[in-house]
Design a protein around this ligand. Structure first.
Ligand SMILES: *[C@@H]1O[C@H](CO)[C@@H](O)[C@H](O)[C@H]1NC(C)=O
Ligand SMILES: *[C@@H]1O[C@H](CO)[C@@H](O)[C@H](O)[C@H]1NC(C)=O
Ligand SMILES: *[C@@H]1O[C@H](CO)[C@@H](O)[C@H](O)[C@H]1NC(C)=O
Length: 619
C-alpha cells in the first residue's frame, strides 16, 4: 500500500515536473546551413548520449575587459597587476537569476542540480543527456552528419529555447557547430629533407643590422635553427633562469603528441645544454599522450622543439586536448565532437598558475570550413558558418580572461594569405556567409580574436614576408583600441578603392607581429624534417616572450600578459623594438593580397621581435 502510494506520488511528481516544459513557448536561438561537404546521413539514435554545454552570459565581462586593458597598458598605474583566479571568476560569473532560470529548466526535464557540472566561474554548465532529451529541450532534431572526408558529427541545423531563457543563455552546443579540427587546419607543412638537420651548403654570414652583433649565419637563409632565431632576434647568449616561476606552454589538438625522444635528438643537434631536460604533458578532457615514435605529431613536435628549445631551461608544459573521436553508431557512448578550445580555456582557467605564455598553431576560418572552389565551376554557392559568431565571441572572452590573469596567448595567423584553406591562389574564390555569396577575404579564428597575439610569417635572411602569411581583417570583431593608430595608417596608404568590399575595414586586423616561418629544421619520427608555416612562427615568438618574461621576473616584475596594448605602444616609442618587414605580400582569393609595408601591415604586423631592444625597454 505504502509502496503503491509512494509510486503514485512519484508519478505525480514526475508529471508535474514534466508539465511546465510542455507549455514552454519556444523561439529559435540559432540556425545554420551546414557546409557543403557535410551531408545528413540519418536521424541520430534517440538513446545516444550527448554532452551539452550551456553558456550563460558573463555578467561583468565589460568590466573584466576594462581590467584587462588597464593591467595590460604600460602607461596605466595598474600595469602588470594581473587578476587572480578568484577575481576573474567573480567578473565572469553569470547572474544568479540566470543560473536559477536555467537550472529550473533543466530540472523540469528531470535533470537534477547534481547531474550538472559547472565551469569554475559557473559561466557554463554541462549535462549529459540522451539525444531524445536534448531534442525535447531544444525543440530540434539531431542527425548524424557525414563529411566527404569520412568524419561524422551529431548535429542539428537549428535549435530553440523557451522564450524566457533567451536572455539567460548565450548558446547550447553541440548543436549548430560544424567546426572540426582537421589536421589540415593546422598550419605546418612538413617536407622531408635529405640534408642532415644542421648542415647547410651556405657558410659565412649575412649582414643584418638588427641581429646580434649585426650578422646572421648564412646557413639560416635555408635552414632555421634555434641558434638562427637567437641571432636574428638578438637573443644570443641570454640564459634564462629555471626558478623564477616563469613557464611556457604549447597546446596540441587532434591527437597530436609531442615526442620526448625526438625532442632529445633535436636538443642533441641544436641545444646541447638542454639534453636530458624534458617538459610536462598535461591531458585536457582525456587527451592522450602516446610516446611511440610513429605516433609523434609533426605539429606538436615542431611547436615543442622550437618554443621549448628557445626558452630552455624555463619549465615547459604541453597540453594534449582530446579532439573529436569518430562517432560509433553502435557503442552509444558519449560523443564529444565539441570545439576543443572551450574545453582547453576552461581547463587552463581552472589552474591557479598557468604558464605565462602559451602558443597555439591551430585555427579555423571565421566562417566556413571550405569556402573555396575551383575556378571554372559554374554553380557558385555560399558555404555558411562553421564557427558561429556566438561561439567565437565566447571563446574569445575566455582568452581575454586568461589575458587578465597575465597569460600571453600567441596564435599562428594562418597559412593561406588573405584566403582560406585552399593553398593554390589560382583556384581560390572566397565567399561571404551572409547569404549574398559575395567574394571576400577569409580571416581565421582564433587569431581574429582581439585578445590574442596573432603571429604571421617571414622567410629568408634578411627577412621578407612569407607569401602564405595569414593576414587581413575580422568580420566578427571590431578594431580594438590598441590598433587605432597603426591600422588606419596602413588603410590610408592602401586607399579606399583597393579590395573595396573584400574585407571589413573596421575589423580587428591580423597579424600583430611575425617571426620566421620556413625551413625550420626539426626532428619528426626520428628523422630530420624541414617545416614551413606560421605554425613555426607562433612557438618561435612565444619563446622570445618567455625570455622577456624571464628578464622581468628575475627583477621581480610581472610577466607581460596580454601583449597587444604594450607592443603597439612600444612600436610608437621605439621603432627598433620590432624589425619592420617591408617586402613581400600574401596572395589569396585570386588577388595579389596585401603588401608588407613600412609600419604595421596585414602580412607581418609590426614585424619580428628584437629581444635585446625589447628587454632594454621593458626592464
Ligand atoms: C626554404 O623554404 C622555402 C619556402 O617554403 C622553399 O621554397 C625552399 O626550398 C626552402 N629551402 C630549403 C633549403 O629547404
Ligand atoms: C548563393 O548561392 C546559392 C547556391 O548556389 C544559391 O542557392 C543562392 O541563391 C545564392 N544567393 C545569392 C544571393 O546569389
Ligand atoms: C603592392 O605593391 C605593388 C608594387 O609596388 C603595387 O603595384 C600594388 O598596388 C600594391 N598592392 C597593394 C594591395 O597595396
Amino acid at each position: 500500500m505504502r509502496t503503491a502510494l509512494a509510486l503514485y506520488l512519484l508519478t505525480l511528481a514526475a508529471l508535474t515536473a514534466a508539465v511546465p516544459h510542455l507549455s514552454y513557448t519556444f523561439q529559435v536561438k540559432e540556425t545554420v546551413t551546414p557546409p557543403r561537404e557535410w551531408s545528413q546521413a540519418y536521424k541520430a539514435p534517440s538513446d545516444l548520449t550527448i554532452d551539452l554545454r550551456i553558456a550563460l552570459p558573463q555578467q561583468n565581462f565589460a568590466l573584466l575587459e576594462q581590467h584587462l586593458y588597464e593591467v595590460s597598458d604600460p602607461f596605466h598605474e595598474r600595469y602588470g597587476q594581473h587578476l587572480s583566479q578568484a577575481d576573474v571568476n567573480e567578473l565572469i560569473a553569470p547572474h544568479p537569476h540566470a543560473v536559477d532560470q536555467v537550472e529550473q529548466w533543466l530540472e523540469s526535464h528531470g535533470l537534477s542540480r547534481d547531474s550538472i557540472s559547472r565551469s569554475s566561474a559557473g559561466d557554463w554548465l554541462r549535462v549529459k543527456v540522451p539525444v531524445s532529451k536534448a531534442e525535447e529541450m531544444l525543440n530540434t532534431e539531431y542527425h548524424i552528419w557525414v563529411r566527404s572526408t569520412g568524419e561524422t558529427l551529431v548535429r542539428a541545423t537549428a535549435y530553440s529555447l523557451p522564450v524566457h531563457l533567451h536572455e539567460h543563455v548565450e548558446f547550447v552546443q553541440p548543436t549548430t557547430l560544424f567546426s572540426t579540427f582537421r589536421p589540415m587546419r593546422s598550419s605546418a607543412r612538413l617536407v622531408e629533407t635529405t640534408q642532415s638537420s644542421t648542415s647547410s651548403s651556405n657558410t659565412g654570414t649575412i649582414s643584418v643590422a638588427s641581429a646580434a652583433s649585426g650578422r646572421v649565419d648564412a646557413s639560416c637563409a635555408d635552414t632555421v635553427t634555434i641558434e638562427c632565431l637567437r641571432q636574428l632576434y638578438n637573443a644570443v647568449g641570454y640564459t634564462p633562469s629555471a626558478n623564477t616561476g616563469n613557464q611556457i606552454g604549447v597546446t596540441g589538438y587532434l591527437g597530436q603528441f609531442a615526442n620526448e625522444q625526438d625532442l632529445q635528438t633535436f636538443y642533441k643537434n641544436q641545444v646541447p645544454t638542454a639534453v636530458g631536460s624534458s617538459f610536462t604533458t598535461v591531458a585536457v578532457n582525456g587527451g592522450k599522450n602516446i610516446q611511440t615514435l610513429k605516433e609523434a605529431g609533426g605539429e606538436a613536435n615542431l611547436d615543442v622543439q622550437f618554443a621549448f628549445g628557445l626558452a630552455h631551461p624555463i619549465p615547459a608544459t604541453f597540453y594534449t586536448t582530446d579532439g573529436t573521436p569518430p562517432f560509433q553508431p553502435d557503442s552509444l557512448t558519449p560523443t564529444d565532437g565539441n570545439e576543443p578550445y572551450l574545453d582547453w580555456v576552461d581547463f587552463v582557467l581552472n589552474h591557479p598558475n598557468p604558464p605565462q605564455v602559451i602558443s597555439t598553431s591551430y585555427a579555423d576560418t571565421e566562417q566556413s570550413g571550405k569556402s573555396c572552389r575551383a575556378v571554372g565551376v559554374k554553380s557558385v554557392s555560399a558555404y555558411p558558418a562553421l564557427v558561429p559568431k556566438s561561439f567565437a565571441q565566447r571563446v574569445c572572452q575566455g582568452f581575454a580572461t586568461l589575458g587578465a590573469r597575465g597569460v600571453t596567448l600567441t596564435f599562428s595567423s594562418g597559412d593561406f594569405g588573405v584566403g582560406d584553406a585552399n593553398p593554390d591562389p589560382a583556384t581560390q574564390i572566397c565567399f561571404s556567409n551572409d547569404g549574398t555569396n559575395k567574394t571576400e577575404f577569409i580571416p581565421l579564428f582564433p587569431p581574429s580574436c582581439p585578445y590574442v597575439t596573432a603571429v604571421g610569417g617571414t622567410t629568408g635572411v634578411p627577412e621578407v614576408a612569407a607569401s602564405f602569411s595569414g593576414g587581413g581583417f575580422s568580420n566578427y570583431f571590431d578594431r580594438p583600441i590598441y590598433q587605432a593608430i597603426a591600422v588606419p595608417l596602413y588603410l590610408t596608404k592602401l586607399g579606399t578603392k583597393t579590395y573595396n568590399g573584400l574585407f571589413n575595414r573596421n575589423g580587428r586586423a591580423i597579424p600583430d607581429v611575425s617571426a620566421q616561418s620556413t625551413n625550420f629544421s626539426m626532428i619528426w619520427q626520428g628523422q630530420p624534417f624541414s617545416a614551413d608555416g606560421t605554425s613555426a612562427a607562433s612557438p618561435a615568438f612565444a619563446g622570445i616572450v618567455a625570455l622577456i618574461n624571464d628578464a622581468r621576473m628575475q627583477k621581480k616584475k610581472a610577466p607581460l600578459g596580454f601583449l597587444n596594448p604594450l607592443i603597439y605602444t612600444l612600436n610608437l616609442l621605439d621603432k627598433s623594438a620590432f624589425n619592420d618587414i617591408t617586402s613581400g605580400s600574401n596572395p589569396g582569393c585570386g588577388t595579389p593580397g596585401f603588401n608588407a609595408t613600412a609600419g604595421w601591415d596585414p602580412v607581418t604586423g609590426l614585424g619580428t621581435p628584437n629581444f635585446g631592444v625589447l628587454k632594454g625597454l621593458l626592464m
